[in-house]
Design a protein around this ligand. Structure first.
Ligand code: UDP
Ligand code: MG
Length: 321
């Protein structure tokens, strides 16, 4: 019976408290995968943690030969940490899991079943989000609706990074080297056979969420500017609408002057018009700036991330598989 390989990729930033709870759950699931004809291993990516995460990870690797470790030179953020991890999966499929236990590893066998049925991108869709406030839920809901409308790339709603990528989906993703990475959009761009598994998102096992509102807002901006130029078009329409209004108003001013003469007056109207136009212009400039800034960062062609330590899993070499 041919043996497939599955690597569970976990990005961890200051997750020293969660990882010891998570690893036994993953390990138990990996053992069960053997009956499905799949050899499993885990790759933990330490995204420049400043707590004890790295020593916790070293402990896990010492006790389990299926564990591979990757440490980045500093904190690069979840999207790049995941990219770094996925870049190092050179064989078999990869499954992305959060380090905090919010994505239950016990669902992995379902993902593997669907992979064996021929799907390439199997993603978990959240039914319930426990332990997250109404504001986070409401804004997340709104965000998925907005990006769904604006972007031509299919981005499934309420879908996080909990997903399995087949070898060919993984290879396709590896070709997308943009610096501003909105992973949900990149997964969507790849396409192939996609399906979703509805699941119950649990509260965090330990520690606190790394994503405050400011980071989520920036992630949302990233998503929209990476996958849509609709805001630029909006600026054009806004400009056209204002110009049309200004033209009509200009006609009215001229007509008024011809009919009733032109006493010097109208300071309030002038101020209103100047301020309004100034505001519109600044909005348009800001929009252009958002895109231009991203273009600038892409053009620098820096590497996406830097690796400090890379230790592949010792136990399962590709020859044994
Ligand atoms: N994470 C990371 N780098 C960061 C921030 C977060 O690797 O800079 C990881 C984090 O350790 C966790 C996952 O990304 O495994 C999701 O983070 P978190 O639970 O804070 O986000 P939430 O579930 O609240 O959206
Ligand atoms: Mg979380």
């Amino acid at each position: 019976m041919p043996h497939d390989l599955l690597t569970v990729v976990v990005a961890a930033y200051n997750e020293g408290d969660s990882l010891p709870l998570l690893h036994p759950r993953i390990a138990a699931v990996l053992e069960g995968l053997e009956s499905q004809g799949v050899t499993g291993r885990v790759l933990y990516v330490d995204d420049g943690s400043t707590d004890g995460t790295w020593s916790v990870l070293q402990g896990l690797a010492a006790g389990d030969a299926r564990v591979g470790l990757l440490r980045l030179s500093r904190n690069f953020g979840k999207e790049l940490a995941l990219t770094a991890g996925l870049d190092r999966v050179d064989e078999g499929a990869a499954l992305i899991l959060d380090a905090d236990g919010q994505d239950p590893p016990e669902l992995i066998p379902r993902f593997v079943e669907l992979w064996q049925d021929g799907f390439d991108d199997i993603h978990g869709t959240r039914l319930v989000r426990d332990g997250e406030g109404w504001l986070k839920r409401a804004t997340a809901h709104a965000f998925y609706r907005v990006i769904g409308r604006l972007s031509r790339t299919p981005i499934p709603a309420d879908t996080g990074d909990f997903r399995l990528l087949s070898p060919r989906a993984l290879a396709a993703l590896a070709q997308l080297r943009e610096r501003h990475r909105f992973m949900k959009g990149l997964f969507g761009w790849v396409g192939f056979n996609r399906t979703s598994i509805p699941y119950h998102r649990e509260p965090r096992a330990a520690g606190a969420s790394k994503f405050n509102f400011w980071r989520l807002w920036n992630l949302a901006l990233e998503g929209i500017t990476s996958f849509s130029t609709a805001p630029l078009r909006l600026a054009t329409y806004l400009g056209l609408a204002t110009a049309a209004l200004a033209f009509v108003y200009g006609l009215w001013v001229i007509a008024k002057a011809l009919l009733w003469g032109d006493p010097v007056a109208g300071w309030p109207t002038m101020m209103a018009v100047i301020l309004f136009l100034g505001g519109i212009q600044l909005i348009a400039l800001g929009l252009i700036g958002e895109y231009l800034g991203r273009l600038y960062e892409e053009s620098k062609q820096r590497p996406l991330y830097l690796v400090d330590v890379w230790r592949p899993a010792a136990g399962v070499s590709s020859r044994q598989v």
